[in-house]
Design a protein around this ligand. Structure first.
Ligand code: XIL
Length: 314
């Protein structure tokens, strides 16, 4: 069969996967799917601050480098994930009692070092991840609380300076449909663009529950595209209450299909990245107890109905 990436390219989108260095190196079935089927890869954890700089000034680039080198060897593009986030930060940072001025310097240096290291090798950076609360207010984080909302514009500018060729994104979840949170992001995007801040794209994570794909998904992507921004679905998974049943798998298949269909239908939607290869290694069961089976291959690396429905669509 034709690799999914070729079918996606013919449909005008990238298909990507959020992968991890350890299984990539140690599980042949995992590596085979990543290398053959996907056009884009996102390091699932390896580029998060806590991973790259666990001790201040001592960098752990190995796993991130491994994924970037793998992508280059397999003609894949890399989505860098992520430069600024409230989660998975190193302890030295979160418990450091730094002043706002110190934090601003630490953040600007972090972005310069990390985006600079991969200059020209990362297609797009999730510069800021998850800046909003569900009601559209800004999430209280070490960055927002100390630097105010300007941390977002500043981070985008620092990223642009470090890697002028990379597409710079703000990425968030529960912004698939038109709602308070996506409205807030939309208003921020309008403001940033008006101020000349280098924002190129909106990342819509896409952590969805079966049967709950918002009906406004395409319209929501379209309004961002109408601002001249790229839109990417960056972390798609569609979870269900366990146990798995055939009926749930059919619902999930229709949901996957409709998400890919929405991306194809919106000119500015450049691709869909699925957040993992196999149900056996997905983050969902750990984070949402009782739920799982959110991906397109099962724990035995067999394609699920979701895979088949996307494959047929493309
Ligand atoms: C998840 C990873 O998949 C897990 O392995 C890790 O334990 C926690 O983070 N939003 C994001 C991703 O932007 O970075 C998260 O990834 C899932 C939610």
């Amino acid at each position: 069969p034709t690799p999914l990436r070729e079918l996606a390219a013919a449909a005008g989108i990238h298909v990507g996967n959020g992968i991890e260095a350890a299984p990539l190196a140690s599980i042949p079935a995992y590596e085979a799917i990543v290398g053959r089927e996907y056009e884009a890869v996102t390091p699932g954890n390896e580029m998060k601050w806590g991973s790259v700089e666990p001790t201040r000034g001592q960098y752990n680039w190995g796993p991130a480098d491994q994924i970037v080198a793998y992508a280059e060897a397999n003609d894949q593009i890399v989505r860098g994930h992520t430069l600024v986030w409230h989660s998975q930060q190193p302890n030295w940072l979160t418990s450091g009692n730094f002043t706002p001025a110190q934090l601003r310097t630490i953040l600007s240096e972090h972005i310069a070092v990390q985006a600079g290291r991969y200059e020209g090798r990362v297609y797009a950076w999730d510069v800021v991840n998850e800046p909003f609360n569900e009601n559209g207010s800004y999430r209280g984080t070490i960055w927002y609380d100390n630097l105010g909302v300007d941390y977002i514009a500043d981070s985008l500018r620092w990223a642009r300076a470090a890697d002028p060729g990379a597409k710079l994104y703000i990425n968030d979840y529960n912004i698939e449909g038109i709602n308070a949170k996506s409205n807030a992001l939309y208003n921020l995007a309008v403001e940033l663009l008006a101020a000349g801040v280098p924002l190129d794209g909106i990342g819509i994570q896409g952590h969805i529950i079966i049967g709950q794909v918002p009906s406004t998904f395409a319209a929501n992507m379209q309004r961002f595209a109408d601002l001249g921004l790229d839109v990417a679905i960056t972390e798609l998974d569609i979870r269900m209450q366990l146990p798995v049943t055939d009926a749930k798998l059919q619902t999930q298949a229709a949901d996957y299909r409709s998400v890919f269909q929405s991306c194809i239908a919106v000119d500015g939607c450049i691709g869909v990245t699925v957040w993992g290869v196999t149900d056996g290694l997905s983050w969902i069961p750990d984070t949402f107890p009782g739920e799982g089976a959110a991906l397109m291959h099962d724990a035995q690396y067999r394609p699920k109905p979701a895979w088949n429905s996307v494959y047929q669509l493309l």
